[in-house]
Write a protein that binds this ligand. Structure first.
Ligand code: AMP
Ligand code: MN
Ligand code: MN
Ligand code: MN
Length: 289
């Protein structure tokens, strides 16, 4: 059998990705992904369509989610893999997070109006599939289409990150709650793209200590926004903290993501993969149908 190609982090238009869940699944299968997790932000409603599309492709689809968490002054993201999307605590927790997004978007638009960019709320909503999933990426797409900035990277840097005019601080879920919902639903909690958090080594170790004590078991080592140096850095931290390692593109759409589905390097040798105990014979069963 050929080598497995795991991509355990990506987004559909249920959150801030561009593609329909079915189109995302088809693209992943076309690019040689053998095990895909759909991990929309704070939402699991794309999973049924994704499963339907995965049937018969030979690719296994894992139930996933990416939860927005506030940890001190930091916003961090925690991925749930192999969750039960019907778990009542998880469903209620995710709904509570989403309910704050529209209010934040109104404030973002007000701030953008003040610097001379009117109507961005209606503009951003043009790119939104589910109203309560509205986020910074939808504003980013609108500002790009207006011609104010050329790409996603620039629009975030100039308008949408802390300290910039379109940024609105927000209280997301607590870390213990988010990990609790994931683990109570039978899933594994993975710290997403740790290289993106602006904190020093000491704070990162504090984060990993607390993440573990809340029940977190994995860390994303190979992901679209990490450099090669960061693969090595987080592989070492995974070893030190006895965390399993994950690999995921964080794909949002053709033309706007760092890496396409399934195109990342393999995990470094010293990593123990998060999928080490997964029953991958399931893959064969899916393929057979
Ligand atoms: P939100 O949850 O609405 O705050 O939006 C966060 C999303 O914005 C992330 O999931 C990414 O898709 C995107 N994002 C955040 N920071 C950046 C950045 N610096 N460059 C590109 N995309 C970013
Ligand atoms: Mn996103
Ligand atoms: Mn993220
Ligand atoms: Mn993501």
């Amino acid at each position: 059998m050929s080598e497995q190609n795991f991509d355990l982090h990506c987004h559909s238009n249920v959150s801030d990705g561009v593609l329909l869940p079915a189109d995302l699944v088809a693209r992943a299968a076309d690019r040689g992904v053998t095990v895909l997790a759909l991990t929309d932000h704070d939402d699991v409603s794309g999973l049924p369509a994704a499963h339907a599309a995965a049937r018969g492709t030979g690719m296994k689809l894992i139930n996933g989610v990416e939860i927005s968490v506030t940890w001190g002054v930091h916003t961090i993201h925690i991925i749930g893999l192999n969750i039960d999307p019907q778990s009542p605590a998880l469903v209620a927790g995710l709904a509570a997070i989403r309910s704050g997004r529209e209010e934040r978007a109104i404030k973002m638009a007000e701030q953008l109006t003040r610097i001379g960019i009117p109507n961005s709320l209606a503009g951003a909503y043009r790119y939104v599939e589910n109203r309560n999933s509205i986020g910074r990426m939808h504003f980013a797409r609108y500002l790009i289409d207006l011609g104010i900035v050329k790409d996603v990277r620039t629009v975030f840097k100039r308008y949408l990150v802390k300290g910039k005019p379109g940024y609105v601080p927000h209280q997301w879920a607590g870390m213990a709650d988010a990990i609790g919902w994931i683990t109570a639903s039978g899933g594994q909690a993975v710290l997403a793209h740790p290289g993106r958090y602006t904190m020093g080594e000491g704070k990162m170790q504090e984060l990993l200590t607390e993440f573990k004590s809340c029940g977190g078991t994995g860390i994303e080592v190979v992901t679209g926004s990490h450099t090669v140096e960061q693969y090595a850095q987080f592989a070492r931290l995974a070893k030190k903290f006895d965390l399993l390692c994950s690999r995921g593109s964080d794909f949002h759409g053709p033309d706007e993501s760092y890496k396409d589905l399934g195109q990342l390097p393999q995990l470094p040798e010293i990593c123990t993969p998060i999928w080490q105990d997964w029953a991958l014979s399931e893959t064969a069963r899916d393929t057979a149908s």
